[in-house]
Structures are given as structure tokens and as C-alpha cells.
Design a protein around this ligand. Structure first.
Ligand code: GLA
Length: 702
């Protein structure tokens, strides 16, 4: 079976029962092709969608039926179309051609396939950029982009935005009530800012709106330093690095505001004409921090991301955290708008994800709240920059090996999808992720080893293993439902955020702050009261000093022993009831014997400060202990380390998704009998998972 372990042939893997099951799935696929009534696509889309990126404009129409029949046979129920097709939609200014897309959508519907339309604005046509060269992006070094490739536009250009508005509105007028169009994707993987004169003018206007007077800006940025004092907003340089930290943080916020209004411009144009049932999203990148994703997401119905494993090595916890991150953008279900059929074409070595990893990846996305997984792309254009990328069919239009794997995943989606309708993960543990903090640390890492994402993931891994469900959210999100809230490095902390966190603790919540927390105010200036800034009174203690580490430093205390690496802060308890949980051992002379973790009870809640980057086993011991103390329990106890447990609840249902990411078989003892949806059969308490096997179970709500 293609979902099998270690690349073995079916006969050496899960055995004949699994093969029979797969055969059943394949046969089901076959019956779907022939048996469905033509109007099926007009029904509500399935709760769980398998899809692909399809570029019909690159192929003769006579080919479409074959492509769509192959898609249907693979259980593909959604295609994303239209992105990058501007020169086909509007070959000459004001001359629109939408008939081809209308026919493509109708053809897809005949195969029960729904459609998401991408606005084509990531790739302006040549007539636009040559007639209006001021719409082209300017790089940080002052060079203007040339036409070609994509993303060559300036995100702030009023003229470019007018063109974007027009094309989005015209598409929405045409397709906004098409029953087979279920949603819209704005642009594609937005990111690079522009450094042109118009952007600079807008940056200055943004600063003026924020600070009102140049004196206020001078004060917050401490511009007396290096004689940076400004007389006018127009004197402020526009740089993305190597500048005053206050300026850099504001530039990032300005970029976020500019991308938000860029998105809003198209959202408004679409909303004016489109049916409310059509969602609007955009596809974002891995850990993308070019702008504040929470800000952009406010303009959208759904969040979506592109889940790639470029080197082919799937580290399940490192991918899971990104699913949780994206779920947190809107604190609801999301889409995986792109993922790879085996391999990509943009890594140093584009190694293929093994076939048995592809279902693991897809089901992990679903387990963490995705309701659609789309493979990029269906078929390579015969020419163009991405000829080597993984696809589902080859240049001859015939399936490549990844097609069969995706087909098997599609069969599983068809089987388990109905049970997942109306369900979503519900976590009792939250990790706080703040763009301002990420940016601020990145501007001044102090040690190159302090990778913010790496540190965040170091906290996430043990928490996810222990609780089996973790939300990743903004520090401003409501916290009432969480038993434990952990902020791995909340470097920039406003008074409002500190009040929000303090209120959570006073209401009985358990808050854990990681190193570098509460160091900066919202202007990226140092809090004068030391770390954690406005939370010092609640903690009853503060950071004495911070040190970048070259060598690991021993740690010892009531939570066990281990080492700190990368970063260590000495902590100073002040309140009589602030307790020391761990101390540094003998090390660089500054740290010897000083507190590394302190904690204080506040009513039924608590606040804990971890001043060091802990080694993985110690991080796990400390966080498990804090989670237990906060009354957090695993969803399913005593599962093997490589078995991932996901739970989706809602609509009166509980669905468990168990994924064996390991090379050995494992058994999972469930808290209650549950019905296996992929293999069928009666409800059971014990589930045996072959290596790399996925099991989806419908359990009682109890
Ligand atoms: C990105 C883009 C796609 C395509 C893929 C290739 O995610 O959105 O258009 O270039 O990368 O992996």
C-alpha cells in the first residue's frame, strides 16, 4: 500500500488486510467517477476537501476533460485556478476574457469539483508594467524591479491597486454567484515590501498619524542617541535593517498595515459582488513574518498556508507547530492551500518526501484543523520557472507515482470527511506568539544562536507531546479557556498586554514566561523596571542580567537537573512568596548559584519565569510539571513518542486522528471505544497502528 512504511512493497508492509482496504478505497474511487449525478457539485462542498492547483490557461481546452476525469478518480474535490493568469484574463488593458474560466469551472463541475479563484495580482501583465513603470517594486538598495518573474509590483502603488481592484471586481462580478465557486484567494504568498518614493511618502504619513508630533517620535525612539533627532517626519529614513530599533519595528508595522490595506482593497472589490457564502483567504508561507499575520487575517474569512517540506525530511512536531500557528491567525479552521506532491524545486536538494509520509502530512494538517489540503501543482507548464517541481501528472498528462498516493489520501478523505464536519481542535494550552517580539529579537539577536522560531519550537514540542493539543495565538487573544498559557519569548510587551495576562492569572490561569520576555515596550525601548517589565509586580521578581552562552551551563533544582544553552538570565526574587524552582550550577562566574526559574502563586493561578533556554529533556520535565500543576491532561494517556494524537470536537462528535510517525508498530489504548472510519469495522478500545499508519476514529462524546 502506498501509505505503507519505509517504502516497502505492500506485501512486506501492513499485510493483506490493509491491501484489501486500499483496494476497497480504490474501487470506491472508481465508482465515484461513473455513478454520481451531474448536479452533485452544486450540493454543499464536502467538509473535508482534497484539491490541487490547476492552471487550465496553460493547456488546450480539449485536454481539460481528461485532466478533470483523472482528478475525479483521485477524489479531488477542489481546484484553485486563476492566480497568475492576468495576461490571459486581460491581454490588453480593459479587454477582459473570462469565458475560458467559465468553461473551465463548468467542466470541473461536471466532475464534481469545486473551485477557488485566485486573483492574479502577484503577476501583473507586461502591458501594465511597461505602460506604468512606477507600479514596479523598488528593492531596498534602490534598484527598480524589472518586468518578469512575479511579485514585481509595489504594494503601496495607488495605480497598481486600482488595477488590482478592477480585475478583482470584474472577476467577482462574473463569478461571485457561480454555484461552483466556493471561495477566493487574494494574490499569492505576499511578502516583499517596496522602497520607492511613494512608499516612503506613505511611511512618513503613517508615522505622523501614529505620533502626531515629531517630538513624540523623538522621545519614544530616544533619538538623542547618535544625534538622530528629527525636525520633520520627512527626514526619517526608510530601512528594514541596521537602524534604530524603534524605527525598524515601526517600519514592520507600517509594512503590515500596507499589506493589510492591499488585501482589503481586493476584499472590498470582491465582497461588493460576491455571494457571502464564498470565503476569502490568502495563502501564506512557512513561519512568514514579513508582516503581522494577525493583522492581515482580520480582512479575511479563512487563513491558509502553503505546507512544504523542501528537503523531504518530515519532522512532525516542527510541521505541527505551523499548523497550529496558522489556526491561530483567525482562531478557527484553516486551509492548506498548497503542499508538495513528493518534492519541490526550490531547496538546495529537492529530496522527495517518502510516499508513506504524504498521508502523515495531510492527516496531520487535518488533525490540527485544516479542512482542505491542495497539492501544488497538477501538471507542470511545459516551460516556465518551475518545470522540475513535483506534480500529479507528468508532461505527457499521465499520472506520476505521487498521483496514486494522493488518490489513496483522497479515498480516506472521502471516508472520514463527513465525520469531521463541524469539528475543530479545542486546546487547553496556549503558546503566545507575537510578531513585535519576533522582529525585535531578530533586529538584535545578541547571539546568532537565538533563533526565535527555534526557541518557540523548543517550547512547543514538549507541550504538544504532553497535552496533544496546543493553540498558538496572539498575546491579545482571549485566554479564558486555557489552563496553561506559555509565552516563550514575549520580548515586546505593552502595558495593555501585561494587564491582559495579569487578569488571566488573577482569574486562576497559569502563565509561564520564557527568556527575554517583557524587556521592551511597544516602541522597542527598554522597560526601565527591567524584565518582565509591567509584569514585575505580579511575578514579585525580575531579571538581574542576561548572558549569551558559548557552552552549556548546569541547572539544578526541585524540577530535576540539566543544562541551559544559548541564553541564560539571572533572576532576582523580591516578594517573600516568590519561590526559586531551579538555579544555575558553577559556570561562567556570573551565573553560579543564581536563580534560573522563579514562580509565584496568585490566588488560584500562578506566574512562572524561565530565564534560560533549557536542554530538551529538562524543558520537557519542567513543562510537563507545570502543565500537570495547571491541571492539563493528555487527550489519550500513555501513547508512544512517535504517535501523534489529534482530536477534533463539535457538532456533537469527537474524532480522534492517530498518526504513527515511527518505524515500529504501536498500539494505542483509547479512553473509550471508537469506530475506525478508514478501515471500517466495529468500535474498539485498542488500535494497532502499523508504521506510518493513520487511523481516524469516531468516538463517543462522553
Ligand atoms: C509557492 C507558490 C506557488 C509555487 C510553489 C512551489 O508556494 O505559491 O506558486 O511556486 O511555491 O513550491
Amino acid at each position: 500500500m502506498l501509505l505503507n512504511s519505509e517504502g516497502h512493497s505492500p506485501a512486506r508492509g501492513r499485510g493483506s488486510a490493509a491491501r484489501a482496504a486500499l483496494l476497497g478505497l480504490m474501487l470506491l474511487g472508481g465508482s465515484l467517477i461513473s455513478g454520481r449525478p451531474a448536479q452533485a457539485a452544486r450540493a454543499a462542498p464536502p467538509a473535508l476537501l482534497l484539491g490541487t492547483a490547476w492552471y487550465p490557461e496553460q493547456w488546450p481546452e480539449s485536454r481539460w476533460p481528461k485532466d478533470l476525469a483523472l482528478m475525479q478518480a483521485a477524489h479531488i474535490r477542489v481546484v484553485r485556478v486563476g492566480e497568475f493568469a492576468w495576461s490571459t484574463f486581460e491581454p490588453r488593458q480593459g479587454e477582459y476574457h473570462f469565458g475560458w474560466l467559465e468553461r473551465a469551472i463548468a467542466a470541473a463541475a461536471r466532475h464534481h469539483i469545486f473551485v477557488v479563484i485566485g486573483t492574479p495580482t502577484a503577476a501583473p501583465p507586461a502591458w501594465l508594467t511597461s505602460r506604468y513603470p512606477q507600479t514596479l517594486r523598488v528593492h531596498a538598495d534602490g534598484r527598480r524591479a524589472q518586468h518578469g518573474n512575479r511579485q514585481q509590483f509595489s504594494f503601496s502603488s495607488p495605480r497598481y491597486r486600482k488595477f488590482c481592484r478592477d480585475i478583482a471586481a470584474r472577476l467577482a462580478q462574473h463569478f461571485g454567484h457561480n454555484p461552483d465557486v466556493i471561495g477566493w484567494q487574494i494574490d499569492n504568498e505576499m511578502g516583499p515590501p517596496s522602497f520607492d518614493a511613494e512608499t516612503r511618502r506613505q511611511f512618513h504619513a503613517w508615522l505622523r498619524r501614529k505620533y502626531h508630533t515629531i517630538a513624540a517620535l523623538n522621545r519614544h525612539w530616544t533619538t538623542a542617541y547618535w544625534s538622530q533627532t528629527y525636525d520633520h517626519f520627512s527626514q526619517v529614513p526608510m530601512r528594514a535593517q541596521g537602524e534604530n530599533p524603534g524605527l525598524l519595528l515601526d517600519f514592520k508595522r507600517f509594512v503590515s498595515a500596507t499589506w493589510s490595506s492591499y488585501v482589503e482593497n481586493q476584499v472590498r472589490a470582491i465582497r461588493r459582488h460576491a455571494a457571502p457564502r464564498q470565503f476569502i483567504t490568502t495563502n501564506t508561507t512557512h513561519w512568514g513574518d514579513q508582516f503581522d499575520q494577525y493583522a492581515i487575517s482580520r480582512e479575511l474569512t479563512l487563513a491558509a498556508w502553503d505546507d512544504y517540506v523542501p528537503d523531504g525530511h518530515f519532522h512532525w512536531l516542527e510541521n505541527a507547530v505551523q499548523d497550529d500557528l496558522v489556526r491561530g491567525y483567525k482562531r478557527r479552521d484553516f486551509w492548506v492551500m498548497e503542499t508538495q506532491p513528493a518534492f519541490v524545486d526550490w531547496a538546495p536538494v529537492n529530496a522527495a518526501l517518502p510516499p508513506y509520509r504524504m498521508p502523515e502530512l495531510a492527516w496531520q494538517d487535518v488533525g490540527h484543523g485544516a479542512n482542505a489540503v491542495l497539492y501544488w501543482q497538477w501538471r507542470s507548464a511545459l516551460n516556465g520557472q518551475e518545470q522540475y517541481h513535483g506534480t500529479l501528472v507528468g508532461p505527457d498528462g499521465e499520472p506520476v507515482p505521487a498521483y496514486r498516493v494522493v488518490q489513496a489520501i483522497g479515498a480516506q478523505f472521502a471516508l472520514a470527511g463527513p465525520a469531521l464536519a463541524g469539528t475543530a481542535p479545542r486546546s487547553r494550552v496556549a503558546l503566545l506568539q507575537s510578531y513585535a517580539s519576533r522582529w525585535a529579537i531578530d533586529f538584535q539577536r545578541q547571539t546568532v544562536r537565538f533563533g526565535v522560531v527555534r526557541e518557540f519550537t523548543a517550547f512547543y514540542k514538549p507541550l504538544e507531546r504532553f497535552a496533544q493539543s496546543v493553540d498558538v495565538i496572539s498575546p491579545r487573544a482571549p485566554l479564558g479557556r486555557y489552563r496553561l498559557v506559555v509565552a516563550p519569548a514575549l520580548n515586546v510587551l505593552s502595558r495593555a498586554e501585561a494587564h491582559h495576562l495579569a487578569a488571566y492569572v488573577r482569574a486562576g490561569g497559569h502563565l509561564v514566561l520564557g527568556p527575554r520576555s517583557g524587556m521592551k515596550d511597544p516602541y522597542d525601548a527598554l522597560w526601565a523596571e527591567r524584565q518582565p517589565g509591567p509584569l514585575v509586580p505580579l511575578l514579585g521578581g525580575h531579571v538581574g542580567e542576561y548572558y549569551s552562552l558559548l557552552k552549556p551551563v548546569p541547572l539544578i533544582g526541585r524540577l530535576g537537573s540539566g543544562h541551559a544553552s544559548v541564553w541564560a538570565e539571572t533572576l532576582v526574587p523580591q516578594a517573600p512568596d516568590t519561590r526559586v524552582l531551579m538555579r544555575y550550577g558553577k559556570s561562567n562566574g556570573w551565573l553560579n548559584g543564581t536563580p534560573a526559574i522563579i514562580t509565584r502563586r496568585v490566588g488560584k493561578g500562578s506566574i512562572t519565569y524561565i530565564g534560560a533556554w533549557l536542554d530538551p529533556p529538562l524543558m520537557s520535565t519542567v513543562l510537563d510539571e507545570l502543565a500537570r500543576a495547571a491541571n492539563v491532561h493528555p487527550l489519550i494517556a500513555r501513547v508512544a513518542r512517535n504517535v501523534e494524537v489529534c482530536e477534533r470536537l463539535g457538532d456533537g462528535k469527537r474524532v480522534w486522528i492517530l498518526i504513527n510517525h515511527g518505524r515500529k508498530p504501536h498500539s494505542v489504548r483509547l479512553p473509550a471505544p471508537a469506530s475506525p472510519l478508514l478501515s471500517g469495522g466495529p468500535a474498539r478500545r485498542t488500535i494497532k497502528l502499523a508504521p506510518h499508519e493513520v487511523s481516524v476514529l469516531l468516538a463517543p462524546l462522553t
